[in-house]
Design a protein around this ligand. Structure first.
Ligand code: LER
Ligand code: MN
Length: 279
């Protein structure tokens, strides 16, 4: 039976408000992830052009650590580039950035997450309609690049307090299914689901067929086990739908990064053991 692997989020950008567990020098943080017991890392990269991809590849090789997914949220949170901007130069820069992430992902054999890069739609018409139209166009443009490079993309459902488009799993799934590209899957995040969904486990069961990635964080965006989400139910549902992707640990680096990384790993390893040893 396939037991999903845990991947811890890593970024070179330090921010106490970002839900990235390990922050700092790429090489050091990847080595730290391995030393703490992880075999996968989810890299959150601001700009693929400004990283030393060869040296990151070297560390990944040396440590035998895999990268299942690249996070791209800094395109929006740091550089304020988005697919729904009414300024053509801004959305073209956002698309360019995601295309560069896709090319990097093809080297790393990773998928690329599209989350906050969608931005938010203006409240009023006709701007709202125009922004949605250009947003969809940008996603189609990125999907063409993903097709060319053989890379999968995941579209994340993000809660209503961070964006006003594709908040629930059902809305996000309906959009993905409407596009009908095999390269685009649904990405869920238990922190956002805790706000948007009636039941986390039922949502996973309902959309499991197109689920391509998942972020695990507790209700308070601390490590799983530090809030009130029932991860036994969440992992049980993932097993039931035959989820074969990675379990990305994306939460705040609190009380401090190493403790947070260990808390999530310990809690989820024990749950994985319980769930996957059941007949
Ligand atoms: C990104 O994966 C995410 O979950 C967003 O909430 C970023 O803040
Ligand atoms: Mn997330």
């Amino acid at each position: 039976m396939h037991i999903p692997q845990l991947s811890v989020t890593v970024s070179s950008i330090r921010s106490s408000s970002a839900p990235i567990v390990l922050q700092g020098d790429w090489g050091e943080q990847i080595a730290k992830a391995k030393a703490l017991g992880y075999h996968q890392v989810e890299l959150h990269i601001r700009n693929p052009k400004s990283i030393d991809a060869d040296s990151i590849l070297h560390v990944l090789d040396q440590t035998a650590v895999q990268v299942p997914a690249i996070g791209t949220g800094q395109t929006y949170s740091v550089d304020h580039l988005s697919f729904s901007s009414l300024d053509m130069a801004i959305r073209q820069a956002a698309v360019q950035r995601i295309k560069e992430q896709i090319r990097l992902a093809s080297f790393l054999k990773a998928q690329v997450i599209m989350g906050s890069v969608r931005g938010s739609l203006p409240k009023d018409e006709p701007e709202q309609k125009t922004a949605y139209y250009v947003l969809v166009d940008c996603i189609k443009d990125c999907l063409d690049e993903a097709e060319r490079y053989g890379v999968d993309l995941s579209l994340e459902a993000i809660n209503r307090y961070e964006t006003n488009v594709w908040n629930s799993a059902a809305e996000t799934a309906a959009f993905i299914q409407g596009l009908g590209s095999k390269r685009l899957g649904l990405h869920l995040d238990t922190f956002h689901m805790n706000i948007e969904e009636v039941s986390l486990e039922e949502t996973i069961r309902e959309h499991g067929r197109i689920l391509s990635h998942i972020h695990l964080a507790d209700s308070n965006r601390l490590a799983p086990g530090q809030g009130h989400i029932d991860f036994l139910q969440v992992i049980g549902a993932l097993k039931d739908v035959g989820y074969r992707g990675s379990l990305g640990l994306e939460y705040l680096p609190l009380p401090e990064p190493e403790t947070a990384a260990t808390q999530g790993l310990d809690h989820l390893q024990s749950i994985l053991k319980t769930v996957y040893s059941r007949p």
